[in-house]
Design a binder for this molecule. Sequence first.
Ligand SMILES: C[S@@+](CC[C@H](N)C(=O)[O-])C[C@H]1O[C@@H](n2cnc3c(N)ncnc32)[C@H](O)[C@@H]1O
Length: 239
Amino acid sequence: MVQLSGKDRAEFVGRMFDRISGRYDFLNTVMTGGRHYSWRAKAVELLEAKESGVALDVATGTGDFAFDLLNKSSVTKVVGVDFAGEMLNTGVRKAYDRGLGSKFIPNIGDAHKLPYKDDSFICATVGFGARNFIDLPGAMSELVRVIKPGSKVVVLEIVRPAGLIISKIFLFYFRKVTPYIGGLLAGDKEAYTYLPESVQSFMTASDLADVMADTGLGEISVNRVALGTVAIISGKKPD
Ligand SMILES: C[S@@+](CC[C@H](N)C(=O)[O-])C[C@H]1O[C@@H](n2cnc3c(N)ncnc32)[C@H](O)[C@@H]1O
């Protein structure tokens, strides 16, 4: 997998998430000790919309970020876009189970070419998806394009921590523990070997913030949680 790039990598990633869609939420909870829920909730707190309307959750997967967005009074509906159909199907089932079926609008689509008009959404989020994008600056520009001027993008992502000791613990966890747990509980060691590879080659929180700033977002704020291994970064599209 390490050698894959471009379209081949995107197809590999989509197939992999489709395969693990039924176990994704459970594995997320096991691997983060249940913390992933509070990280999304914290990310949503950073969004202060000036008007009410429709929000966008890119790489929505099984929909947890979208459901948190729907807790905000300003968010009337959430469009959840993802290229893995089985992840989205799981999200739709969850939405109906929670009585949110009419407010969660699933769309099959690619973050790099969002099928929406400019200035459409009151905010946009990406949770644990940015690491998978084959052209991160391109995808970030798309997010900025489709949100309204003055509104925010929030990205939640696993990042490479800066400190030496934490980096070593982090790499040990992702290289040794994650594939083991993935193999054991999801029966899919390949998928949970991809995770450490994608994290190892990914950015620090500061690098990610720089990419967001380069797309024209201002008022960038960087919040680190989980000993600096997870970042919640927000930025505002200029008015
Ligand atoms: C780790 S899951 C995150 C799901 C969810 N956002 C969450 O917070 O748990 C990553 C998701 O990103 C999707 N994805 C990756 N690259 C994508 C792209 N270029 N366009 C759309 N979806 C993408 C995958 O299919 C997968 O469902």
